[in-house]
Ligand binder design. Sequence first.
Ligand SMILES: [Zn+2]
Length: 269
Amino acid sequence: MPVIAMHGIAENVNSKLFQYRNIIEKDKFIFWLNKLPENCISLSEYISKKNGTVITIDDSTIASFWAAKTAKMKGHEVTFFINPYYIVNQLPYFFSAINLILDYTQKTEIIYKGIKHDITDYRNKNNFRKILKSEYLLLKNNDECYEYLDKLKYIFEIGKINYPNHLKIISIEELKELKDIGVNIENHSWSHISFNNLSNKEIQSEVQKAEKWILETLNHKTSYLALPFGNYCNLHQFQNYKFYFLDTKLKILTTDYEFNRKDLTEILI
Ligand SMILES: [Zn+2]
């Protein structure tokens, strides 16, 4: 079995809403856990045995918290990759905002950069979302993200965005609760900005700031790094980490070998 990647669970998942992208129905997750021949093991055990199933959960949302807690309470080892920026500031992820804007907008078409886009249904919205995602991936810092978000809210005629519980952000207390029950907390960078747009120095800062925060807040030294969006190739600068997870390609690279990290939403289809 593979190393599983996931982004959390929720109840009443509606696959026609963007806010549930990558989110697994709670019962479906529990059913999958119960069906496993053996309990999930830790990453370090997997590295030495190269066998077994590992659960890794990305991002600092409540949906991720629920998944981590559910699996751990059932006796599985869990690795949770967090972005402390969102936890410290209690700000939702920018891609959550983009998803909610697409769900909430009443508009049926958008003129964007001089081109008309039909957004009447999920499929059309999804096509337009790809454009937004490619632009979002080029932003260099959180200030630019906020500006971009304000622009989108204006274009889609959305006022205040109400975040559903599963997309809210885990508190420090909840994170400590996970650590106390034995969830392995690891590094997903400080703020989830794409590394492709950053200088080497900025990348170091994104990694080290998260590392330092986790050490100071949880008294835990991180060993694993999941790259935000996973689309960065210059990996030599993360030598102090055992593994580099490339999110979107779902690959894990080490100096010795490389294997796939499988998205649970795809396994459960
Ligand atoms: Zn992520």
